[in-house]
Design a protein. Sequence first.
Length: 90
Amino acid sequence: MFATVAIGGCTPGSAPSPPDGELPARPPSDVRVDRDLESCAEERGAAAAAELVARCVQVSPATHPPCNAANPCSLIKDEIERARVLFALE
């Protein structure tokens, strides 16, 4: 009896209704995402990538920065530049 009540309480009473009105139509985004970028370690080699990652970790204020040799070097360098501008480091 208890199991029936517990299971019965988890099922929805009715199907969810669609929102009122339609969402506004948007043209497709022009942003291209290149998923074939090689990692920084592949691009520069493990030692050079490790140096760039170490520098990124030292300056990045992000809680989860992109400072990882598996990311493209351009992404890591962009994070370093972002930190430089943010803190006006020269």
